[in-house]
Design a protein around this ligand. Structure first.
Ligand code: SF4
Length: 369
């Protein structure tokens, strides 16, 4: 198929166009032989493709596959998802993280029932109006389910194109994004945009990986500027420094008779609408003797001094931009002591605990007791 030689690393428009069509052809050829066998690729149902794309937004394929099956089994269609209680959806999502995705899926399913008569929208411009759907996800669904010619552009694509075309602009700059999106559109195989998009996703995930890309076996090596100029390790240019926020959480797993106590998180912080034990967050590390002096501790226990305390677990939990230093205390209040926590804290039987959606952090603790 390749019958002429193109000087590597050229930037001329003509050469780039030639390179683009050869890159696309070789990428598709590679995908036919090496593409991943994924369950959501066996369907053209936009609902299932949408679920898979949302799951994969911040989740590895190996973990996402299991959740995809569970989700589709419990909510096989839009209507069943729209009719579900939010707690049910969150419970099913438990452990995947980034719970906003689950809340958005639920809200979007209801919106499709209302605004599109229960039929999943079939155009990019309608799909992108759904909550939780950005340019990447809309392009993926529109191309895979409806053959619309939209190129997906995500971190994988930024990386692959930066290396192939030797782009030295930051992938966070508006110029860098504009340049890469333009190239992504030029590479798109418009006859089969869904296949092309899946090919580039797999290529970024399997071959042109963030670290240790498999350049030796790469079918695009002949057109790769970064490879020709020995700059693979330098690209893409990512000049954004992520500040890590340290937080200090102290949870109280309070037991009385056969019951425990939970609260629901609200506001705009992490884990909105998930359940957790009563919590004190402090700006700096604190030990138990310091927690006892806080206002919240006084409100929670209202002067009760007769309880046993067991420091069960100290754990650091990493989120993308946060490191949560956490202590779990288990406290047993004797049956005869009246315990009346604030209104937002409610009592449940211990055996009901597993019915409530909780964060991965709380889940880790529950696994230890
Ligand atoms: S040669 Fe290496 S850097 Fe270039 S596209 Fe292939 S895997 Fe990526």
């Amino acid at each position: 198929m390749i019958s002429f030689v193109i000087k590597k690393g050229t930037n001329s428009n003509e050469m780039r166009e030639n390179n683009s069509s050869l890159i696309t052809a070789n990428l598709l050829d590679w995908y036919k032989k090496e593409g991943r066998d994924l369950p959501w690729r066996e369907t053209s149902d936009p609902y299932k493709i949408w679920i898979s794309e949302i799951i994969l937004q911040q989740t590895r394929v190996a973990q996402g596959r299991e959740y995809y099956f569970r989700f589709i089994e419990k909510f096989p269609d839009l209507e069943s998802l729209a009719m579900a209680e939010e707690d049910e959806v969150l419970k099913l999502w438990q452990g995947l993280g980034y719970y906003t995705r689950a809340r958005n899926l639920h809200a979007a399913a209801k919106a499709v029932m209302d605004r599109f008569n229960g039929i999943f929208p079939s155009t990019y411009s309608d799909i992108i109006t759904l909550r939780g759907v950005g340019e990447y996800t809309a392009a993926a669904i529109a191309s895979i389910a409806f053959n619309e010619p939209h190129a997906v552009v995500d971190g994988n694509v930024f990386r692959v194109i930066s290396r192939l075309f030797g782009i030295t602009l930051s992938i966070h700059s508006s110029e860098g994004k504009k340049t890469i999106k333009k190239i992504a559109r030029s590479l798109l195989y418009t006859e089969e945009p869904g296949i092309y998009n899946q090919a580039v996703m797999d290529f970024g995930a399997l071959i042109c990986t963030p670290t240790q890309p498999k350049c030796v076996e790469c079918v695009l090596q002949d057109w790769c500027t970064a490879f020709a100029e020995n700059r693979v390790g330098e690209l893409p240019i990512n000049d954004r420094k992520i500040a890590l926020r340290n937080r200090y959480f102290h949870y109280f797993h309070i037991l009385q008779n056969n019951s425990t106590f939970l609260q629901k998180r609200n506001g705009s912080d992490i884990w909105k609408n998930l359940f957790e034990f009563p919590l004190i967050e402090t700006p700096l590390p604190n030990d138990f003797s310091q927690l006892v002096k806080t206002d919240f501790f006084g409100e929670l226990f209202g002067g009760i001094t007769l309880f046993s305390v067991d420091h069960k677990l100290a754990i650091k939990h990493r989120l993308t931009h946060q490191l949560i230093h956490t202590h779990f205390y288990q406290m047993i209040i004797p049956e005869e002591i009246p315990f009346n926590p604030p209104k937002n804290i409610f009592k449940i039987e211990n055996e009901m605990l597993s019915d409530y959606p909780v964060s991965r952090l709380t889940h880790k603790y529950l696994e230890t007791i």
